[in-house]
Design a protein around this ligand. Structure first.
Ligand SMILES: [Zn+2]
Length: 362
């Protein structure tokens, strides 16, 4: 039996319309639409054709029903700029990540989620409250991905082709998920991670996630979370010059532009000084990139998981196989940490033993 939701998900993941899939698979649009809506059962040969056209193993389409990530639960940065089709594709990646998490959850004791839903306070205050709750004080955050993982946020990566999406996040039941594009500078990636954390904390399950107001709040949260007011005031003099700013940005591991914005926000730069600093930074190439930037942050949890699995003879190829997804899909979600498969390296035991605890150092 084929699972209708899985045909739709794979098609959306590939950014294909029904007409396109019909053309590529040689199955009529009417029959395809029927299969996606649970009317009619394709023959094994037809499933093979659909699978080949979508680049998913045929077994993917026969597995259990898969829950889509609802559009309204996703905070897309620039919803208006991103086409519906691309939004569906990244949401489909999100649904695959939920599947992957379920697989990992049966084998490992993952850190429990500790992400409060504040809802009411101003972003600056929410950032301070969360810092206090997580015991961060006023100290810079060495690694945003590790910090999120230590507090039970499931962090996955998006392939760089989705550079118009940057990042997105959602709650699935009580589990927070964050997806980060790997196409931007590392500093931008950190800001994106803090921005999505802002959505999770400020917009929780109830308040609308989209629109300029939610974006403004998430940005303000990220800025305050990464660059705590007291720490910035203690370290950066009023009216700082570009060279001072470029030295200081390394403290908080943020982009020069993000620090300039924060300094202006904290009234350490006047309107005029801020504009002139931005102009100078743009001339130095800091608008579209981060010259001399830091190394990209990556998942500590997924790296540990992969190492443990490998020690037990379980390769990424087998994880992909058990999830019935292409290995490339797995690699895209896992920050490219999965090396190319070595055939024959798998041990014969596919069953989980006792779930293994993981310690995540933030
Ligand atoms: Zn956002």
């Amino acid at each position: 039996m084929v699972t209708p939701s899985r045909i739709q998900l794979a098609r959306e993941r590939r950014g294909m319309t029904s007409a396109e899939l019909a053309r590529r698979s040689g199955v009529s649009p009417q029959r395809l639409s029927g299969y996606e809506n649970g009317r009619g059962e394709p023959s094994p040969a037809t499933v093979e054709r659909i699978a080949a056209a979508l680049g998913f193993p045929a077994a993917f389409f026969r597995a259990d029903d898969i829950e889509e990530v609802p559009s309204e639960s996703v905070a897309f940065r620039a919803r208006t700029k991103t086409s519906k089709r691309r939004q569906k594709s990244v949401r489909a990646a999100g649904a695959l990540a939920v599947e992957l998490l379920g697989w990992l959850d049966r084998r490992f004791v993952l850190p429990a989620p500790d992400v409060p839903s504040y809802g009411k306070p101003e972003p600056e205050l929410a950032a301070e409250m969360l810092r206090a709750r997580w015991g961060l004080g006023e100290a810079p955050v060495p690694n945003m991905v590790h910090l999120l993982e230590a507090h039970g946020v499931h962090v996955f990566s998006l392939d760089p082709e989705y550079d118009d999406v940057d990042a997105f996040s959602f709650w699935r039941d009580s589990a927070p998920f964050v997806f980060l594009s790997t196409g931007k500078s590392a500093e931008r990636g950190r800001f994106d991670a803090a921005h999505e954390l802002g959505h999770l904390v400020l917009h929780g399950h109830e308040r609308p996630l989209t629109g300029p107001e939610a974006e403004r709040e998430a940005n303000a949260f990220a800025s305050a979370f990464l660059m705590p007011r007291a720490d910035v005031l203690a370290r950066v003099p009023a009216g700082a010059q570009v060279d001072q700013l470029l030295k200081a940005k390394g403290v908080w591991r943020v982009s020069a532009m993000a620090l300039a914005y924060r300094l202006h926000d904290l009234e350490l730069l006047s309107d005029w000084q801020y504009r002139s600093v931005c102009r100078e930074l743009a001339e130095l190439g800091f608008r579209n990139g981060e010259p001399g930037g830091i190394a990209r942050e990556t998942s500590q949890l997924l790296a540990k998981v992969l190492r443990r699995l490998r020690d037990n003879g379980v390769t990424p190829a087998r994880i992909a196989d058990e999830l019935h997804i292409p290995t490339a899909e797995l690699a895209k979600l896992m920050f490219g940490l999965t090396p190319t498969a070595q055939p024959g390296a798998d041990a014969p035991d596919p069953e989980p033993r006792r779930p293994v605890g993981l310690r995540i150092v933030r």
